[in-house]
Design a protein around this ligand. Structure first.
Ligand code: GAL
Length: 668
């Protein structure tokens, strides 16, 4: 459970409005203009010193805090609170030229050079020592500063350098393995090293999974992913420990719960954050970027244990790092922001305040664009600030979810390891498909860690949870027995935490719960589909199943598993355990979830007409309905109350115009 609330950070504001600010890129005159404009927009919190290392510590032993002191004071005078970066995100050139061994190494043994950012090995003792000294110096100086609201450790830890294969990483990996396994024999058993003559007799023989000629050992790869996530968490812990000696302000770092970064197991990180904070950018490479945003926001709320969280970075419009950096369409920014808040964000911060004139991010959008304050984009920023202030009553309320979706970074790593049945099987695609089907059926979803207690959930979906432990399987079984409609999908529970297959038919730990055993996987070519006897269509996967004790709801009528079970249901306690052996087409998936939700009598939120993203936040006394229309057709929803977005009273069948948002404080 987070130790601080977002509301604690800046007590006077409602939904917090913040941004990254890089004053080292600008002159003093611009700073003064920035203060005026920040006040005009109603900025509550600014993140500074994120990339400040080379400014405040330009040479070994040389410190220059003049500019940072001045900026802290300026922000304080202007009533703006500071989210203070420790500055360790990117070491200055002097560090890597003096200590080239701190540079990260790729799997093929080549070093990565400075000149970008994050050019350091997370396990490097020399880097860690210099970072610790920097943090100590910054924390001592500003730990009690009146402008300080929050500590921002490093930045997106592991964004570029999570996986380092250098000798120092090898050393750290070995000690991590020693504490995990104790003896080399235990490691040999866990990694199955009798395969391909890989048996180790000395810890010194063990390396990170560097580039090989053939497939690498998948258990080694899985452990290396775990180790690398822990190494990043280790960086956070080291900094937080120093900060806490000098400051009572809450401490956090910005997570990257997003579709394209998967190197941190944030289930293991979240408990150490005083406030859970996430960075999220629309990924235009995905088929439905807004749906991915909803999933990421639900997962972030899951990491925060259901509490409100902070969106630490997002963009007002285009980013600069995708192949085609699309500007946001009219209304899209407000829809995105509303989705985050609907799903638990109590603060919205942007990267960044003022669009850079130089550097690799000069074409990234900002609250204040290159065009300056006489621009539509700036007026949009000011309007957004006003909207966030109107949403003050929402802050602190909670999202009530009736469905749970199990998500695991370990499963993501292991499922997509080398030597798998099909490259067409993407973990995240299966997770997104499940989330989309749940939301299409009107269910509000909490994303939870495998093993989490599920007794309040009416509907539970377990998509492609490749790695499964006995306790996690038990929680799934208990949920069904306790009255939930539980849907387990193909590729769940195939291996244990050491990537070892459970024998006797998949999924070993759930065979009894589901009343079946999968005898053979029969993946499909990417272009192929299969038909099911209930009219549904499947893709990606099929399998040959022997049903032992379940009702066959639908069979495969075409494809490699034709004639065999495709969808099964086993009544269990007061609930049921369902199994689906293929990737259903979206409408078929939603129809299946609809059936489960009906059986479970789960509360739902539905548009009266058209399509809407609907989420409710409440705190017992007050209820807020977020209705977001991502389509180009008007839609309606039945409710009544006061719309905080448009400031009008509404009642009955309320129209949510195409592309717009309503945030209705509902009358009792
Ligand atoms: C984040 C990062 C920011 C900025 C932003 C651009 O990954 O934390 O510093 O680079 O992306 O989208």
């Amino acid at each position: 459970m987070p130790a601080a609330t977002v509301a604690d950070l800046v007590p006077t504001s409602g939904v917090l409005f913040g941004c990254d600010y890089n004053p080292e890129q600008w002159d003093r005159e611009t700073w003064r203009e920035d203060m005026v404009l920040m006040r005009e927009a109603g900025i509550d919190l600014v993140a500074i010193n994120i990339f400040g290392w080379s400014t405040i510590n330009p040479a070994p032993g040389v410190w220059d805090f003049a500019a940072l002191d001045e900026m802290m004071a300026l922000l304080h005078e202007n009533g703006i609170r500071v989210n203070l970066g420790t500055g360790t995100a990117s070491p200055p050139p002097w560090l890597s030229s003096t200590y080239p061994e701190t540079l990260p190494m790729a799997p093929d043994g080549t070093r990565r050079y400075p000149g970008g950012r994050q050019a350091f090995c997370p396990s490097s003792p020399v880097f860690r020592e210099h970072a610790a000294h920097l943090v100590e110096t910054v924390a001592e100086r500003y730990g009690a500063h009146p402008a300080l609201a929050l500590w921002h450790v490093s930045n997106e830890i592991g964004c570029h350098n999570a996986l380092c294969y250098c000798d120092e990483s090898a050393e750290a990996f070995r000690s991590w393995l020693q504490s995990r396994y104790g003896t080399i024999d235990a490691l040999n058993v866990a990694w199955g090293t009798n395969f391909w003559s890989q048996r180790y007799t000395d810890w010194a023989q063990i390396l990170p999974p560097r580039a090989t000629l053939s497939l690498r050992n998948p258990a080694q790869l899985l452990d290396f992913s775990r180790f690398s996530s822990d190494a990043g968490l280790g960086l956070y812990r080291a900094e937080a420990e120093i900060i806490r000696r000098h400051s009572a302000a809450p401490v956090t770092t910005n997570f990257m719960v997003t579709a394209h970064i998967r190197t941190q197991d944030y289930w293991t990180w979240a408990g150490e954050m005083d406030v859970v904070a996430n960075d999220h950018y629309l990924d235009r490479r995905l088929p439905d970027p807004a749906a991915e945003l909803s999933f990421a926001a639900d997962l972030t709320r899951g990491l925060a244990g259901g509490e409100p969280w902070l969106l630490m970075e997002t963009s007002t419009s285009a980013v600069n790092w995708q192949p085609h950096n699309l500007a946001k369409a009219p209304g899209e920014l407000v829809r995105n922001v509303a989705s985050h808040i609907a799903r638990g964000a109590d603060g919205i911060c942007f990267f960044q305040w003022r669009a850079s004139a130089q550097g690799a991010e000069k074409f990234h959008s900002a609250l204040l664009p290159h065009a300056g304050a006489d621009s539509a984009l700036w007026r949009q920023s000011v309007e957004l600030g006003a909207l966030l202030r109107r949403l003050a009553p929402v802050a602190g309320t909670r999202v009530t979810a009736s469905a749970a979706l199990l998500f695991s970074w370990e499963a993501w790593w292991a499922l997509e390891n080398e030597g798998r049945p099909s490259e067409a099987l993407s973990y995240l695609e299966q997770v997104h498909a499940a989330h989309n089907a749940l939301t299409a059926a009107g269910l509000t979803v909490e994303v939870v860690r495998p093993g989490a207690e599920l007794h309040t959930r009416r509907v539970v979906v377990v998509p492609a949870l490749h790695v499964l432990r006995a306790t996690e399987a038990q929680a799934i079984t208990d949920a069904a027995r306790g009255g939930a409609q539980v849907l387990v999908t193909f590729a769940t529970g195939t291996v244990d935490e050491n990537d070892r297959v459970g024998l006797g038919g998949y999924p070993a730990l759930l065979r009894e719960t589901l009343g079946l055993r999968v005898e053979e996987f029969a993946p499909l070519r990417p272009q192929d589909t299969v038909a099911l006897s209930n009219g549904s269509t499947g893709s990606v996967w099929s399998e040959r199943i022997t049903v032992t004790d379940a009702e066959v709801v639908a069979s495969f009528t075409t494809g490699p598993a034709a004639g065999g079970a495709a969808l099964t249901r086993k009544a269990l306690g007061s609930g049921a355990a369902w199994y689906i052996a293929t990737a259903l087409a979206p409408a078929d998936y939603a129809a299946l979830i609809d059936r489960l939700a009906t059986d479970a009598q789960a509360p739902r939120l539905r548009a009266s007409s058209g399509e809407l993203e609907l989420v409710r936040r409440e705190d017992g006394a007050r209820r807020f309905l977020f209705a977001i229309n991502h389509t180009d057709q008007d839609a309606t929803v039945h409710t009544s109350g006061h719309d905080l977005a448009t400031q009008e009273d509404v009642s009955g069948t309320v129209v949510v115009a195409a592309g717009t948002v309503r945030i209705i404080e509902e009358s009792a």
